[in-house]
Write a protein that binds this ligand. Sequence first.
Ligand code: DC
Length: 227
Amino acid sequence: MIIAIDGTTSSGKGTLAKRLAAHYKLPHMDTGLLYRAVAASAINKGIDFSDERECALLAAHVELSEFDERELRGASVGAAASVVASLGAVRRALFELQRKFANQKGGAVLDGRDIGTVIAPDADVKLWVDASVEERARRRFLELSGMKEDVTEHGVLMQLKERDARDAGRADAPMKPADDAIWLETTALTPDECFAKAVEIVEEHRGKPKPAAKKAAAKAVAKKPKG
Ligand code: DC
C-alpha cells in the first residue's frame, strides 16, 4: 500500500506520516529532507540558489546520511529548501529516488508537497493535511524555540506565509492537493486525534478502485453493447 501525504508546512503531516508508517509497518520517506539537504549542501559549498545546474548536480548526489537531521530541520535551511525546490532541474534530479521508494515492494508512506500529484499519482490513499496559518505558526514557533532558535511567533507567521506562496506558486510541481486526495484539517486536532482520523480514512479507502480504474470501468460499461 502506498500512502501519499501532502500538505502545508507545520500542518502536522510529518508526525502523521511517521505514525502511519509505524502503524502499517511501512518504510517512510520525508521528502522535504531531500530538498533541505540540497539547500544545506549549496550553503556549505557557497553555491548560489540561482545556479540551477550546480544545484541539480548536488541533488543528483544527495546523501541524507551525511547530514545532521537537527541542522536540516532549522528555519534557515527550511526557507532555503523552498527556494531550491522551485528549480525544475533539482526536482527532476530527485524524482527517481522518490519514485523508487514509493514503488518498492510492499509499499511505503511518503510525505511532501507533490507526492499525490507527481511522485505517486497511483497511491492507494492520498491525504492532504492542512491547518490555519496562525495555528501552524504557533506550532512551528514552539518547535523552533525548543531547538533554541532565536525566533518570534510573528516572524514565523510571516515566513510561513512567504513559504506557502512560493511552494504553491512555482511552475514545476506546485504544492497542491491531488484531485482524489482526502482533506484532513488539523487546526483543532491533537496529534492523537489527527492520527486516529487518518487511520479511519486509510481503512475506508484502501483497496477501493482508484479514480483512473473507476474511469476505465465506467467507459467499458458505457461501451458495452446493449442486449
Ligand atoms: O516539508 P519541509 O518543510 O521539510 O520542506 C521543505 C521545503 O521543501 C518546502 O518549503 C518545499 C520543498 N518540498 C517540495 O517542494 N516538495 C516536496 N515533496 C517536499 C518538500
